[in-house]
Unconditional design. Sequence first.
Length: 222
Amino acid sequence: MKANHTYWICVAPLLLTALYWFDRPFQQGLGEAHSSIRHLSGKSKINIQRACRSIDGYVVKPGDTFSFNQVVGPRTHERGYVSAPTYLGNGTESTEGGGVCLVSSLVYKAALESGLTIVERTPHSRTISTVPPGLDATVWYGRYDLKVKNDYKEPIQLNCKFDPADVAVKLEGPRNSAPMKLVRRETSTSIDQVAVTVYLQKNGLQETVSKDLYDRTAIRAR
């Protein structure tokens, strides 16, 4: 009896660990996106890092909708954001929180790969250097938002990692989710414009995600 008792004392922690490992939340990476930010200014990086901190570890419950503007909040000087270059129409101006659209774009791409429902998304009017056209999502507090809904029966966790050279977003959720793949197709409609169609491939099927038209630009975000 004593030998059996000792055996279970030794084995029980291993069994509990195994059960947790297989039943733990956020077991599988569902979608991810990353972008180099080496060429961006220090001010843009300050804003990007602050937005990442707001998102990192955020959990979207089943049936709930993630709102970028709600989670990140207003990008104001009072909240630690600084003025940095922002694409506005055909020009580039310095605005509070400039550069944050990179983070929303990475969340958008990762959400598409994760199979989340896109409730709201607005593309840029012209191509940008940090994200491929068709996979971008512009945000402007009080005007443009990125909203994605978790249709899984289990929660989804958003992870956003920042360093001075790279930003990475990863969404994690339930095991055994069907793998998904994004396909982009660009078509030049004129010298100044490009049309981009994005498709999502899943279980051998392909569906259209978006069709966007961009003005070409050689201007690089700073």
